[in-house]
Write a protein that binds this ligand. Structure first.
Ligand SMILES: Oc1ccc(S)c(O)c1
Ligand SMILES: [Zn+2]
Length: 260
């Protein structure tokens, strides 16, 4: 059966049974309270070098839809901001709700967005593999982007048009030549704090960089994410993939910093 999921029996409220770090001191996501974030003038801009990025495939891993990248060299990296060195792009994936009123993982002053995009990067300067970095306190850097419903997003169709090919858990499709820079808002002002993966194994290895401005996508585009299912094609159950988000976790004294 499933080691973990988002249902009653296997969801966020019981993850601590198999993953005790779920009750740790630097868990994610969190509620971001803008006026309690400390503005840090020493925080420089986020710099993304994605122009030579190489997307490889898009997959349904039973928890989300993930686009994987070639990460054997520094062709696509994030640097600057709170990061001490460049971090290599590994994959991006989304979290979303069953309705537009919720679906993001991080919240802002208690408010949820409809979805949240995570661009996952790893510290290839200090660590040899993603797996090793994923267990290190400075191993990962995840850029979080909020999605809000409104007008159609000009480029998101590149992803939503192929979701039908990865409907079932375990399905994979070639997905080359996609540059995720097209999914970013114009301003990269951000909040940053130290946290964790928001899915098991919940490793406390993530420097979170949450972009303040959401991107706007249409209800129709978001609805296509909800046509995916958590279950495999061979299973008789067809459980819609939605509400694959973890709720905010205790801040435990952590400081959230704000770029300008
Ligand atoms: O490698 C990762 C997997 C899942 C999530 S939510 C991350 O932030 C990183
Ligand atoms: Zn995520």
């Amino acid at each position: 059966g499933n080691p973990w999921g988002y249902g009653k029996q296997d969801g966020p409220s019981v993850w601590h049974k198999n993953y005790p770090v779920a009750e740790g001191d630097r868990q994610s996501p969190i509620d971001i309270v803008p006026h309690q974030a400390s503005h840090d003038p020493s925080l420089g801009p986020i710099v993304l070098n994605y122009d030579k990025c190489t997307s490889i495939k898009i997959a349904n891993n039973g928890h989300s839809v993930v686009v994987e990248f070639e990460d054997s060299d520094d062709r696509s990296v994030i640097q600057g901001g709170p990061l001490g060195n460049p971090y290599r792009l590994k994959q991006f994936h989304f979290h979303w709700g069953g309705k537009d009123c919720h679906g993001s993982e991080h919240t802002v002053a208690g408010n949820s967005y409809a979805s949240e995009l995570h661009l996952v990067h790893w510290n290839a300067v200090k660590y040899k593999t993603f797996e090793e970095a994923a267990t290190a306190p400075d191993g990962l850097a995840v850029l979080g982007i909020f999605l809000e419903t409104g007008d159609n997003h000009r480029w998101l169709h590149t992803i939503t048009d192929v979701l039908y090919t990865v409907k079932f858990k375990g399905s994979v499709t070639d997905f080359k030549g996609f540059n995720p820079k097209c999914l970013l808002p114009s301003s990269l002002h951000y909040w940053t704090y130290l946290g964790s993966l928001t899915t098991p194994p919940l490793y406390e290895s993530v420097t979170w960089i949450i972009v303040k401005d959401p991107i706007i996508v249409s209800e129709k585009q978001l609805g296509k994410f909800r046509t995916l299912v958590f279950t495999g094609e061979e299973e008789d159950q067809r459980t819609r993939m939605e509400n694959n988000f973890r709720p905010p976790q205790p801040l435990k004294g952590r400081k959230v910093r704000s770029s300008n």
